[in-house]
Design a protein around this ligand. Structure first.
Ligand SMILES: *[C@@H]1O[C@H](CO)[C@@H](O)[C@H](O)[C@H]1NC(C)=O
Ligand SMILES: *[C@@H]1O[C@H](CO)[C@@H](O)[C@H](O)[C@H]1NC(C)=O
Ligand SMILES: *[C@@H]1O[C@H](CO)[C@@H](O)[C@H](O)[C@H]1NC(C)=O
Ligand SMILES: *[C@@H]1O[C@H](CO)[C@@H](O)[C@H](O)[C@H]1NC(C)=O
Length: 253
């Protein structure tokens, strides 16, 4: 189970630091951007990650459709000055393993209980999102793209250009299109199968136990095409510590 991933990542890092020393200037510059790449074994699933900088551990987890390189241009350059930044590639996303079973993608398989703080960037805030996806017609419209995902079988068209259409940076959009095009797709979609509510909507899903118990912040980029702005409503109820919400106009998912 992934509950140990923090520990494994730290163990991996200690190793990485020892192996990463290099006097070659080109390779130093290369590492500043691409980090030190390595893998950890988490209960038989190999998880790829990159690490940068030094200091307290800061884990930046990519979403979909994307990969761990999403943080390279801006966030790494800043945060690596103060933190050991680790960017894992989600399971199901090469070069991490793509385990075969749907159950391998359940939330518990990729959540750590070692968090000291959490910053969420345009990701569903689950206890607020569950009632929205079940009962809000605008959210239904925004979630239509997920419906073919539940029935996807390897070999079916991936619709690469549709998947990447909302990535605003054209260069990065092309890179992710190429990555999705050449990668297995089912592992990426099994995150939806296991965690994202499917029709028929209108169910009363339990939100019990979903209160966040570490200090948290949410960065909300207003042009998100997948999540209703209503996700910003009623957040306070779900965070034991203060929740800070920062809304960024003109930015997308
Ligand atoms: C791809 O697009 C076709 C045509 O719009 C659609 O029928 C199919 O369900 C889509 N598949 C996926 C996985 O999105
Ligand atoms: C767009 O993405 C590319 C590749 O990740 C990056 O090098 C470039 O700086 C980005 N441009 C902007 C304006 O964010
Ligand atoms: C996907 O890759 C195939 C060749 O493997 C290529 O013909 C096709 O144009 C690519 N599509 C996209 C959207 O990159
Ligand atoms: C959901 O809960 C509401 C009130 O709590 C109730 O009126 C409704 O019948 C329930 N619906 C289902 C499908 O259980």
């Amino acid at each position: 189970m992934m509950l140990n991933v923090g520990k494994y990542l730290l163990a991996g890092l200690a190793l990485g630091g020892a192996n990463a020393r290099s006097t070659n200037i080109a390779s130093v510059a290369n590492e500043r951007i691409h980090g030190h790449e390595s893998f950890v074994d988490n209960d038989g699933v190999r998880i790829h990650y990159r690490s940068y900088g030094s200091g307290p551990l800061l884990v930046l987890q990519q979403g979909s459709p994307d990969r761990e390189t999403t943080w390279n241009t801006f966030q790494i350059q800043e945060f690596a000055k103060k933190y050991t930044v680790v960017t894992p590639t989600l399971r199901g996303y090469p070069p991490s393993d793509v385990p075969p079973e749907k159950e391998d993608y359940a939330a518990a398989a990729h959540v750590s209980d070692m968090l000291k703080g959490l910053v969420m960037v345009n990701t569903p805030i689950i206890p607020v999102f569950l009632p929205l996806i079940e009962f809000d017609s605008y959210q239904h419209l925004l979630s239509e793209y997920t419906i073919p995902y539940y029935a996807y079988h390897p070999g079916q068209p991936k619709n690469v250009s549709t998947i990447v259409q909302h990535i605003l940076n054209e260069t990065y959009r092309d890179q992710i299109a190429e990555y999705v095009n050449k990668s297995l797709r089912y592992g990426m979609l099994d995150f939806y199968n296991e965690n994202f509510p499917a029709p028929p909507y209108g169910q009363n899903l339990s939100t019990e136990g979903l209160t966040q118990t570490v200090p948290s912040a949410i960065i909300w980029e207003e042009l998100d095409p997948y999540f209703s702005p209503a996700m910003q409503n009623g957040l306070e109820a779900w965070f034991d510590y203060d929740i800070r919400l920062v809304v960024i106009p003109g930015a997308g998912h």
